[in-house]
Design a protein around this ligand. Structure first.
Ligand code: ADP
Ligand code: ADP
Ligand code: ZN
Length: 216
């Protein structure tokens, strides 16, 4: 089963994708994580993407489409993927359709997490993750069980994203409205779009998502 999680920055896409990955063996394909890895490794893509990401703008469609196309070639992608942060433009959505058709893969559901935008700045500015395993946390909404220790791997090192500041979040929300929101209609027209309440607590969002997957 292959699904897309849609929603603005801070909607909870990564949180839900990590949980589906752990519980169902689906593979989370986070284009944001891929780009951050490229930036850290200093690859040509990373060098191009860094300033764009820091400004809260979208990296070019060409780069993103190539990145996802390569990633889908890896064998683990055959067992079911969760697209987290891709597609973000109509051009990316169209390219994804073509890629999936060519690889003999099918899109089962597109799930949009609907959120109250007023909550997003706090969600994003309070976000941090384990430096070792990537598990996601929040200063208020998802603290580690033991202070300063990752629940998943026991590491005591954490990191915050340079773009998770208020000014950049507002720019990313503007980009979302202008360029990404229109793809909801693209998938609604195909009969694939489902919406769930992203303001509910994480377990409820997970249960709603699981119900969609189990029905499909
Ligand atoms: P996205 O991947 O859509 O940008 P994240 O999954 O990283 O969003 O969530 C953003 C922040 O909000 C994280 O720190 C996460 O722990 C927290 N969060 C995610 N889902 C919820 C929720 N349903 N309620 C409260 N906080 C949440
Ligand atoms: P969030 O989880 O807060 O929505 P991401 O980690 O998905 O953020 O993305 C971080 C940044 O990486 C984006 O602001 C953008 O600059 C870039 N990015 C990630 N995915 C894409 C994409 N599909 N198209 C263009 N830019 C992307
Ligand atoms: Zn960890």
């Amino acid at each position: 089963m292959n699904i897309i999680l849609l929603g603005p920055p801070g909607a909870g896409k990564g949180t839900q994708a990590q949980r589906l990955q752990a519980e169902r063996g689906m593979v989370q394909l986070s284009t944001g994580d891929m780009l951050r890895a490229a930036v850290a490794a200093g690859t040509p893509v990373g060098l191009k993407a860094k300033a764009v990401m820091d400004a809260g703008q979208l990296v070019s469609d060409d780069i993103m489409i190539a990145l996802i196309s390569d990633r889908l070639e890896q064998p683990d992608a055959k067992g079911g993927v969760i697209f987290d942060g891709f597609p973000r433009t109509t051009a990316q959505a169209e390219a994804l359709d073509a890629m999936l058709a060519e690889k003999g893969l099918k899109l089962d559901s597109v799930v949009e997490l609907t959120v109250d935008e007023n909550a997003l700045v706090e969600r994003v500015t309070g976000r941090f993750s384990c430096a070792k395993c990537g598990a996601g946390y929040h200063d208020r909404f998802k603290q580690t069980r033991v202070a300063g220790v990752c629940d998943a791997c026991g590491s005591t090192e954490f990191k915050r994203r340079p773009d998770d500041n208020e000014a950049t979040v507002r720019q990313r929300m503007a980009e979302y409205h202008e360029k990404t929101a229109p793809i909801s209609n693209y998938y609604a027209d195909k009969g694939l779009l489902k919406r769930i309440d992203g303001m509910a607590d994480m377990d409820k969002v997970h249960a709603d998502l699981a119900a969609i997957l189990n029905a499909g």
